[in-house]
Design a protein around this ligand. Structure first.
Ligand SMILES: Cc1cc2nc3c(=O)[nH]c(=O)nc-3n(C[C@H](O)[C@H](O)[C@H](O)COP(=O)(O)OP(=O)(O)OC[C@H]3O[C@@H](n4cnc5c(N)ncnc54)[C@H](O)[C@@H]3O)c2cc1C
Length: 275
């Protein structure tokens, strides 16, 4: 269920077919005291080898989309990359930066996904969320977006989002996206299971550059290795465990702190039962 293809099993797993069923499932689980975990495409997640107790809900069947006038309303499980492609094909500018980001709309909003100077928060109008057992509609400003973060993480279940766009040049948008995809293919180890950038960039720094300078390329633990192609990617060479990845992350953090005095923070999220 994750792009790293590691982590233990979910006790129960459920793909709700629509929003109403999703809400009912969450409410039922909560009233029975069962922990609930929300997953989109699992492209930013490290899940503990022990797995997740309780109910894991995967949003990828929530796929409704309504076109408006340079606006779109879309459910949380829709693919961000697909929405980027479809809007650019209409000549709508705004999400073209996101063509190579393999997550869902919900996962992307939670962590304010971004690339090439763009961030998903820039084009968001509002979200519908389930929060504190209530259905709520929150405008963009209430989500308190910062670099790769929003205040909804772990607090609100995103059901739907509305975005706005600007008129653009279809050909230019499609060419820009193709060029960015080619750059990703050349620079990122897309041939092996990974979760994108492992660490957030420190202010005015690039985590990848730091790791490369510190000699981490090609180093590993068990089946998990720092990519030779891009030092901020950890790849699963086939047999990695979540413990290998976690250990490697901690080794890197200690080394970078010692060498540069910088406290590197993970961009990937670690899901582990702490109950
Ligand atoms: C090859 C590759 C390249 C990448 N490039 C980029 C990049 O350029 N820029 C970038 O920002 N990221 C990048 N990523 C990381 C990742 O794709 C994004 O973070 C993406 O937005 C995560 O979405 P997801 O659906 O996979 O979320 P998941 O990984 O499934 O979940 C991430 C978090 O969001 C929560 N969540 C998911 N859906 C919902 C919902 N509906 N409501 C509430 N919470 C929810 C989960 O509980 C979890 O806390 C890359 C990943 C890969 C594998």
């Amino acid at each position: 269920m994750t792009t790293w293809k590691i982590g233990g099993p979910a006790e129960y797993i459920y793909w709700p077919p629509d929003r109403q069923t999703l809400i009912e499932a969450v409410k039922l689980a909560e009233s029975a005291g069962i922990p609930v975990w929300i997953i989109g495409r699992g492209s930013n997640l490290l899940i503990a080898d022990a797995g997740l107790p309780g109910l894991t809900i995967v949003t990828t069947d929530l796929q409704k989309l309504t076109w408006g006038d340079y606006k779109v309303t879309v459910e949380a499980g829709y693919s961000l990359a697909r929405l980027a492609q479809e809007t650019a094909e209409r000549g709508w500018s705004g999400l073209d930066f996101a063509r190579g980001i393999p997550g869902t709309i919900g996962g992307a909003i939670i962590m304010n996904a971004g690339a090439y100077g763009g961030e998903i928060s820039q084009k968001l109008i509002k979200v519908k969320v389930l929060m504190e057992r209530e259905l709520q509609e929150l405008p963009r400003r209430d989500l308190k977006f910062t670099y790769r973060e929003s205040c909804l993480r772990g607090k609100g279940l995103i059901l739907e989002a509305e975005f706005w766009f600007e008129p653009g040049d279809r050909k230019q948008l499609l060419a820009g996206m193709a060029s960015n995809l080619a750059k990703r293919k050349a620079a990122q180890p897309l041939e092996l299971p990974n979760a994108g950038s492992v660490f957030r960039n420190p202010p005015q720094e690039s985590a990848g550059r730091l790791l490369e300078a510190a000699g981490w390329k090609g180093k590993g633990r068990g089946g998990a290795f720092v990519s030779e192609k891009h030092a901020n990617f950890i790849v699963n060479t086939g047999q990695a465990t979540a413990g290998d990845v976690l250990g490697l992350i901690q080794d890197i953090q200690e080394d970078i702190l010692r060498k540069y005095g910088l406290d590197l923070q993970p961009e990937v999220e670690y899901l582990k039962w702490r109950g």
